[in-house]
Every structure is written in C-alpha cells, then in structure tokens.
Ligand binder design. Structure first.
Ligand SMILES: [Zn+2]
Length: 352
C-alpha cells in the first residue's frame, strides 16, 4: 500500500489546506479566489484524479450527471421606494388608474416580491426541482429582512411542489454554534419538520470550523463551498464529498455538495458579458458531464427577472437536452447516502 503523501498538490487542493492556520480573509471573513494559489478552478482536478483511479458515479435512470439547483432567499419584500418609482412612472404615462392601484399598497410596509410559484413551474417544465434556503433570523439580527413566520404558506407550496427547504445561515451562524442552532430550530418550528441542509449567507465559511459546527448542529449536508469571486471548483471537486478535517486527521460526518456557479459571481463580480458568461457556464457543465459529477448552481429569487431569468432558463434547457438529473440537494444527499458514493480519502492521500 502507498504511504499517504499528505503534501501533494491534489491533497492540498482537496482539503483546502491553504485555508487553515490564520490565512487572510476578506471583509466578509471569506477566503477569496484571488488569494488562492490554485489558479485553474474551471477543471475539477481532484474529481479527475479520483475517476482515473477508478471512482465511479451512477445516477437514477442512468442519467449521465446531475445539476443541483438552489436558491438563497435573502429578500422577499420590494424596497419601499420601488413602489414610489412605479407611481411616478404611471403618472408620467398619464395612467392614473395604474397609479391609483399602487397607492393603497403604500399603506402596507411589506410589499411581497416572491415568485416561488413561478420558479417551481419553470423548473417543473424542464423536469427539475430545487432547494430553497431561507434566513431564519430575528428582528435586530444583521441581514434580517423578513420574518420567516410570514412565509409559512409559501413554504408549504414549495414543499408541496417537491422542492426542499434548507437553512440560509445568517451573518454569524457560520462561526457561532448557539446562533446556528437557534436559526435551525426557528426554521424547523415554522416548517414543523427537520431541516438537514445548509448554505451560508454571503458564502461565509471557515474551514474546517463551519463544517464542525454544522456536524454538531445535526445538518446532513452543506452547500456553501464555492468562491464568491470566481465560478468553478474551489477544492477541485465536482462530486459531493465528506470533508477531511486536517486538525483531527478524521473524515467528517457531513456531506459537502460544492457550489460551482452563483448568479452574482457569474453575471456581476467576474465582469463578463452575457456571451462570455454563457461560454463559461457551458464549459463548467460540459466538464461536470465528462466527469459524471454534480454541478451546483445558486440562482437567487431576486435574479429571476429579465436577462438573468433568461440565462437561468438557458441553463435548464441545456441541462435538459443533455439528459442531466436536475434536482435538489436533499435528493443528491439521499442518493449519495444510499449508495455510499462519497469518494475514499485514501486514494487522494496517496496521490503523487
Ligand atoms: Zn444570502
């Protein structure tokens, strides 16, 4: 048997070794892509090594690969001033009737902007379903934007539509076990069911601390591990995996379903035009198809309009044409669990 060579580049990429021991973080306490020494993350290099070593993945009904669809719900109300603008526009158009219809809405401080039904219907039309991550914060918490109790009915519709609801952890949960537990319990109380999935707001994450906290709080999976400033495979994986904790030398009892594409990263932070963004998306989908992997996509509910909605539809269409299993994280986690498909760490440790 090969002795573990724990200093190999593949092993370091897989474990995110460079993120241990007080590495520098950005203003949101995140490790950004621009500080990483692993420059090419458009190729899932670790998954590639695993497959060359005999690692094999199968999906229901012999689908060749999977696209995991997710939505973070940061906001559900329109900003108050947007209604004022709508009235001004209506008045400019001399459309008094339209202006008159908007005025009564101003009395309510809450102007719903949710579109969950439309999202579910769109995905259904491509044979897909998705995960929705909700904030479960209290008034006064940072990033508090809505009371989760107000969305009870909408969340019922999401679950009835075959989708999943997970926790979108607030600004502190990623490093505060008590806060993490509070938010989980809050969401579970409103949902009246256990929550097993997690994604951190702003993709705030500390390796391996956040995984440890999620494990302790009883989550089955996390799907935060992606860079906010670049799409691709942060630890070279396009397959869900069990993280290896370098502090304890142990495999962790939680599944990471790594995030590859976030709407904002692709359409804003990377400063790509639509054609370049699509070329990049196609490249990532094709790479995951070649490796029989899972591509996780984050599309916020607030990106489900205009150009960015058209882009999302294009992804669904492309995935559908390729025969991908387009599903939510809970289904992926259950499938991985059932078939014990997380890759063995030993084969990576032994990499030259
Ligand atoms: Zn968020």
């Amino acid at each position: 048997m090969n002795l573990p060579k724990q200093d190999s580049e593949i092993w370091e990429l897989f474990t995110r070794k460079e993120e241990y021991n007080g590495c520098s973080h950005d203003q949101y306490d995140r490790f950004p892509y621009y500080r990483s020494r692993h420059r090419d993350i458009s190729i899932p290099r670790v998954s590639q090594v695993l497959i060359e070593g005999g690692y094999h993945c199968e999906y229901p009904e012999a689908q060749p690969f999977a696209i995991c669809l997710t939505h973070d719900i940061d906001r559900v109300y329109k900003p108050f001033h947007s209604k004022g603008l709508e009235i001004v526009t209506a008045l400019k158009d001399r459309d008094l009737a339209r202006a008159g219809r908007i005025v009564p809405q101003l009395r309510s401080k809450k102007l719903p902007a949710w579109n969950f039904n439309e999202v579910i219907a769109l995905e259904e039309s491509y044979g897909a379903c998705s995960s929705f991550y909700f904030l479960a914060l209290e008034e006064g918490d940072r990033s508090y934007a809505y009371a989760i109790e107000d969305l009870e009915q909408e969340m019922g519709t999401i679950l009835d539509g075959g989708c999943e609801i997970g926790l979108h952890g607030g600004c502190e949960a990623y490093h505060d076990l008590e806060q993490l537990r509070r938010e989980k319990q809050h969401l579970e109380k409103v949902l009246n069911q256990t929550v097993s999935g997690y994604r951190s707001h702003f993709l705030k994450f500390r390796i391996p601390d956040t995984w440890e906290l999620l494990e302790q709080a009883g989550f089955r999976y996390d799907t935060t591990l992606g860079y906010p400033d670049c799409v691709g495979f942060r630890n070279g994986m396009c397959h869900p995996f069990r993280p290896f904790n370098m502090n304890t030398g142990q495999e962790m009892n939680i599944l990471e379903i790594p995030l590859a594409i976030m709407d904002q990263t692709l359409l804003s932070y990377m400063r790509l035009n639509t054609e370049q963004a699509w070329a990049q998306t196609e490249r990532l989908i094709d790479a995951v198809e070649r490796h029989n992997g899972v591509l996780t996509i984050l599309w916020h509910n607030t990106f489900m309009t205009g150009e960015s909605l058209r882009f999302y539809r294009k992804i669904l269409k492309y995935g559908h044409e390729k025969g991908a299993w387009m599903t939510n994280c809970r289904e992926i986690e259950a499938w991985w669990q059932k078939n014990r498909m997380w890759p063995p760490h030993e084969s990576l440790m032994a990499c030259p």
